[in-house]
Design a binder for this molecule. Structure first.
Ligand code: HEM
Length: 216
């Protein structure tokens, strides 16, 4: 039973890791095609917001591609320096792409409902990642891990956004409506699932500590 649980965990992690790296790579289609050719509904940002647009679409995929490697315990144990350097890259990428994503949120043509969803995501993304960094610097690694898992659930919104957008438009929902919905749907469930996971983990560890025999 335990083995099935572990295998399912690895399968879910593998799927999340592969989809993160794939979405990150596909995001760079604007390099050969240009923004107009690759994502024409973003092209209006070129007029006055070009720096934020390129800052976001050029840097956010780095955070997405790096994120899964940070959760490989083998890599962390054997190559702690690699974990630290990738961690710095992840945090720096989120600082740039979170701030630029926040700016883009104010200028989205998808309306204020979608803009609020994106803006809130940007603020919570920056906040959770900042908290994780502070706990790493204070060497409080259990808390660092908790906040990095929260940050990762939000980074993964880049994948879930594209999945939900595909499902909704596939079901016949108009692109404009689907886009407004995914501005929230892409990250709120991710955040809730992660909170549920962290809560369960805390309960399990609490039960283990209570069950352990006292030494004195
Ligand atoms: C988690 C915090 C994030 C926020 C708040 C955010 C916000 C935004 C906003 C506001 C836009 C423009 C939407 C519009 O004008 O209608 C956008 C577009 C985009 N974002 Fe993000 N984003 C985030 C994460 C990411 C990540 C991790 C990636 C990595 C792939 C990414 C890649 C892109 C790309 C490629 C676009 C252009 C449109 C597209 O291809 O779908 N974003 N983002």
């Amino acid at each position: 039973m335990m083995r099935i649980g572990k295998a399912a965990g690895w399968a879910a992690f593998g799927l999340a890791a592969v989809s993160s790296v794939l979405v990150a790579l596909v995001s760079y289609r604007f390099l050969p095609l240009g923004v107009e050719g690759a994502m024409d509904f973003m092209a209006h940002h070129l007029d006055g917001n070009a720096l934020a647009l390129y800052g976001h679409i050029g840097v956010a995929p780095i955070a997405l591609a790096v994120m899964p490697f940070q959760f490989l315990s083998g890599l962390r144990a054997r190559r702690p320096a690699v974990h630290r350097w990738l961690g710095r890259l992840y945090v720096a990428a989120i600082l740039v792409s979170g701030l630029s994503g926040l700016q883009l949120a104010f200028y989205t043509t998808a309306g204020s409902f979608a803009g609020t969803g994106f803006a809130l995501l940007a603020v919570i993304w920056l906040g959770t990642t900042g908290a994780a960094l502070v706990f790493a610097l204070r060497r409080q690694f259990a808390r660092h891990r908790f906040w990095m898992l929260r940050s990762a659930a939000l980074t993964f919104a880049a994948v879930t956004l594209r999945v939900y957008l595909g499902i909704l438009t596939g079901l016949g929902v108009e692109f404009e409506t689907a886009y407004q919905l995914v501005a929230w749907l892409a990250w709120v469930p991710n955040a809730l699932v992660m909170e549920a996971y962290l809560w369960t983990e805390r309960q399990r560890k609490g039960a283990l500590t209570q069950a352990r025999p006292q030494l004195s």
